[in-house]
Design a protein around this ligand. Structure first.
Ligand SMILES: [Zn+2]
Ligand SMILES: [Zn+2]
Ligand SMILES: [Zn+2]
Ligand SMILES: [Zn+2]
Ligand SMILES: [Zn+2]
Length: 452
């Protein structure tokens, strides 16, 4: 009992699934072998069904204007049992077992009546589709379809023309030459009004891109690298329309220098600046050592004395020992320049401090006018001793009457003949002359004998 229930439920599920998918996917459609018809023409309307599983039977009702068309017959295609009731315009198609249908199922042959009105007429086909199930046949929804058939008026005066402007071909779609179509008979005309059998379509134009573009390979310029505006591609056909152009590197946009390490008198400092476009772009530079700030000591002017050098007013830096002539340390000078050499003594007149006397030296003194401690003293020669001299009256001793001793040693006489005594020269001269004459006579005789 239980087993039977399970089987039954399973079948129910399959049926409901089949019905659901039919409703979702099944579609009836029809087409005509020719939809531009003249009176007397035959036309076949083909009916197709797609996506229909487990079809057990179908019923097709045709609504066809009987004053325009004569129904010649209806024919099934899939070789199943069919019944076509011309008077009711009803076709019944039954399958021996549930069948999946996906294609043509039925054709209907029509003939345009000789007295048919001109114009457009619809042939409407309304289906009723049933699927099989355990419980019997179930009708499922399926929309109807129709086809419009035009009966052409051969004597049309083409008073109902509509012009269609030419359209350029694009890279993906064909355009066409200008044409006109008659709304009454469907006749086509070219731009000159000449009848044409079909619209003249133009070839695809691979160079006509109509605006759907996209930019690829676009790249922003950085401080140091060039960018690119990007290549323009047609979104429709994918062709490259224009290559991008180079965007020059922007260069850094550095801000102000910021001191990161202040310089001192002995060490260099450092400054950095950062690019506004990229904080990682940093430039660093060295700041020279700070200027020396003099620590100036004022030295007042000091006059030179006769024995001590003086100095001009000056300032000296206790750190660098440089000398300056001004309190701001701007006029550097040499250390030697401030020295004022000791002055020469400026002597006054000689003043006799002790009179010279006969036989006794005197003394006189002069004093420096700059410094009275500076004195110079010199002797005054003793005066010659004289009897008349008043000064000698007191001092004369036993020496005074004596004449100065003048002694001439013996040898001095020989050395200095001019000072010799005249009387002695007179005595000796004749003796010398006689001796010399005698010697000459002897020599004369000796020489004469030798010659003989
Ligand atoms: Zn016409
Ligand atoms: Zn394109
Ligand atoms: Zn930068
Ligand atoms: Zn200094
Ligand atoms: Zn002096």
């Amino acid at each position: 009992m239980k087993r039977i229930m399970v089987v039954f439920l399973s079948i129910m599920m399959i049926v409901s699934l089949a019905a659901a998918s039919f409703a979702d996917g099944a579609a009836l459609s029809c087409s005509a072998t020719n939809d531009q018809l003249n009176r007397g023409d035959m036309v076949t309307v083909k009916v197709s069904l797609s996506g229909a599983p487990d079809v057990k039977s179908m019923q097709l009702t045709f609504d066809i204007p009987t004053d325009v068309f004569t129904v010649d017959g209806g024919w099934n295609i899939s070789g199943t049992i069919a019944d076509f009731n011309k008077s009711k315009n009803l076709a019944v198609i039954a399958f021996e077992s549930p069948t999946n249908i996906n294609g043509s199922i039925f054709t209907l042959d029509l003939t345009v009546k000789d007295d048919a009105a001109y114009g457009d007429f619809d042939a409407v086909i309304t289906p009723t589709v049933k699927v099989s199930s355990e419980a019997g046949e179930t009708e499922v929804p399926c929309a109807g379809t129709s086809v419009t058939l035009t009966i052409i008026d051969p004597s049309c005066r083409h008073n109902n023309k509509t012009s269609v402007a030419a359209k350029d071909s694009t890279c993906i779609a064909q355009g066409w030459d200008a044409y006109a179509v008659c709304g009454s008979c469907g006749q086509l005309f070219d731009a000159d009004g000449k009848e044409i059998s079909e619209i003249h379509y133009r070839a695809i134009n691979p160079d006509n891109h109509t605006g759907n573009t996209e930019i690829r390979n676009q790249k922003d310029a950085t401080c140091t690298e060039n960018g690119n505006s990007g290549d323009t591609y047609c979104k429709d056909c994918g062709a490259l329309i224009s290559a991008g152009s180079k965007i020059k590197a922007l260069g850094h946009d550095f801000g102000a220098w910021i001191t990161t390490t202040a310089p001192t008198e002995t060490t260099e400092g450092e400054q950095t600046r950062t690019c506004s476009r990229n904080w990682q772009h940093v430039e660093t530079r060295t700041v020279p050592k700070a200027d020396h700030v003099h620590d100036l000591n004022h030295i007042a002017a000091n006059k030179a004395t006769c024995d001590q050098p003086g100095n001009t007013e000056y300032w000296v830096c206790s750190t660098c020992n440089r000398y300056f002539s001004d309190a701001h340390g701007s006029n550097g000078i040499n250390a030697n320049d401030v020295i004022i050499a000791p002055a020469e003594h400026q002597w006054g007149e000689w003043v006799v401090t002790k009179e010279a006397k006969a036989g006794e030296k005197g003394e006189e003194t002069r004093t420096c006018i700059y410094d009275s401690n500076h004195k110079e003293t010199r002797e005054i020669p003793a005066l010659p001793e004289t009897e008349n001299t008043d000064a000698q009256t007191e001092e004369p001793s036993t020496e005074t009457p004596e004449l100065p001793e003048i002694t001439v040693p013996e040898n001095e006489i020989i050395e200095n003949p001019e000072t010799a005594n005249d009387s002695e020269t007179v005595i000796w001269l004749p003796i010398v002359i006689v001796a010399l004459l005698g010697a000459a006579a002897v020599a004369f005789l000796v020489i004469k004998r030798k010659k003989a």
